[in-house]
Design a protein around this ligand. Structure first.
Ligand SMILES: [Zn+2]
Ligand SMILES: [Zn+2]
Length: 389
């Protein structure tokens, strides 16, 4: 880097340098994964760019709509119709020359490989639904990554910090009523679920600023080794000016507190690798293989009860939209046959990781007795400094 560029960069962060514990180099070398580029995500991402965080990956499925413009500082009317993640990443790069921003256009439950979670120092959930929060929590628990969840509704908001498996996690905070709502939605048909998901939460840019700022600030504190929310929450009540901290309890029967398995990222393993090759690798490392556990539900076949027709699917359950579940024969809604584990004895030769519907850069978990090994699609890892769109 030229000398002039260095001094310009130092000037840029002069007010941070006056803070005794501040370490700009830690922020510049940090990797952050932000799930969601809506009202909250915009505030979080804006702050990470202002702070000079070096590597920010942003994942979002949606495109910019007119109704986003009242709550999204990174979007303008000219962006309508473009993917939110791409617009947000481009704005961040323009805001801060030190920020390498990468856009992942996709649904976290279907399209974001767990490798993105493993490479992150901290994960931010800027989400508006429980299904995605449960998925992010599980991904973080499988890999031992800390994450900060944010939620906003009108003038109220909440920030929660979790570091599963070590601390109480998001699922530990879920009440019986929360589970019943989630399970009701899960038992609904795909079409009904998507109609529910399309309903937006009432939110304002002001509450989004408060909660998004707290999420970014907690991440900065974590990156500096300062005290932060760990198995705890911060609740903000905008109308009555109350804010307070609450501690969560680890639920004894919560499944997300097992030790984090070792993860290997062989460079030969990618989207085109066969399950047979992965199974052989796992057998050599673990001394045997009982099953391969998948980090997301995949659909093998779609079956129509009305006309009896059954078709291969090989996509993540959460990737199926109304058109995908409609029977091409009679037009009725077909039922997906989903699975999230493959017994060692039922691996079909020739099937590839991508071919069964896993996204690129995902991680699968091989199990033998009590032992578990994560295998990342290392061949799909982003090149250092490379862009993924
Ligand atoms: Zn838990
Ligand atoms: Zn049919």
């Amino acid at each position: 880097m030229a000398e002039a560029a260095i001094s310009l960069s130092e000037d840029r962060y002069a007010r941070f340098a006056a803070i005794s514990w501040w370490r700009q180099d830690r922020l510049r070398s940090a990797r952050v994964l932000v799930i969601g580029a809506g009202a909250l995500g915009n505030e979080v991402l804006k702050n990470f760019a202002l702070l000079g965080v070096g590597d920010v990956v942003v994942a979002d499925l949606d495109r910019v709509e007119a109704s986003n413009l009242t709550r999204s500082v990174l979007f303008s009317a000219a962006d309508t119709g473009r993917p939110k993640a791409e617009v947000a990443a481009a704005r961040m790069r323009a805001m801060c020359p030190d920020t390498q921003a990468t856009a992942l256009v996709g649904n976290v439950l279907a399209d974001v490989g767990l490798g993105w979670f493993r490479r992150a120092d901290v994960v931010i959930g800027a989400l508006d639904n429980r299904e995605a929060r449960v998925f992010v929590n599980q991904a973080c628990a499988r890999l031992g990554r800390p994450w900060f969840d944010g939620g906003i509704e009108v003038l109220n908001g909440i920030v929660r910090g979790f570091h599963p498996p070590h601390t109480p996690c998001y699922e530990c905070t879920m009440t019986a009523a929360d589970w019943s709502v989630l399970n009701q939605r899960r038992s609904c048909s795909m079409l009904a679920r998507q109609a529910l998901a399309a309903r937006g939460t009432p939110t304002t840019p002001t509450t989004g600023s408060v909660i998004g700022a707290m999420q970014a600030q907690e991440a900065i504190k974590l990156l500096h080794g300062l005290e932060h929310l760990r198995g705890a929450g911060w609740i903000f009540e905008g109308l009555g000016h109350a804010s307070y901290r609450c501690e969560y309890q680890l639920l004894p029967d919560c499944p997300w507190h097992e030790p984090v398995p070792e993860v290997h990222a062989p460079a030969w393993c990618g989207h085109e690798t066969t399950l047979t090759a992965v199974a052989e690798y796992a057998r050599n490392v673990l001394g045997g293989l009982d099953a391969i556990d998948l980090p997301r539900e995949l659909v093998e076949t779609l079956t129509c009860a009305a006309c009896g027709r059954s078709d291969a699917c090989n996509r993540p359950l959460e990737a199926l939209d109304a058109a995908a579940v409609q029977c091409p024969g009679c037009g009725a809604e077909r039922a997906p046959r989903a699975y999230h584990s493959i017994a060692a004895g039922s691996i079909v030769p020739g099937r590839t990781l991508g071919g069964i519907g896993l996204p690129r850069f995902d991680i699968i978990f091989a199990r033998c007795g009590e032992r578990s090994l994560g295998i990342e699609m290392g061949a799909d890892a982003p090149a250092p400094g490379g862009q993924v769109a």
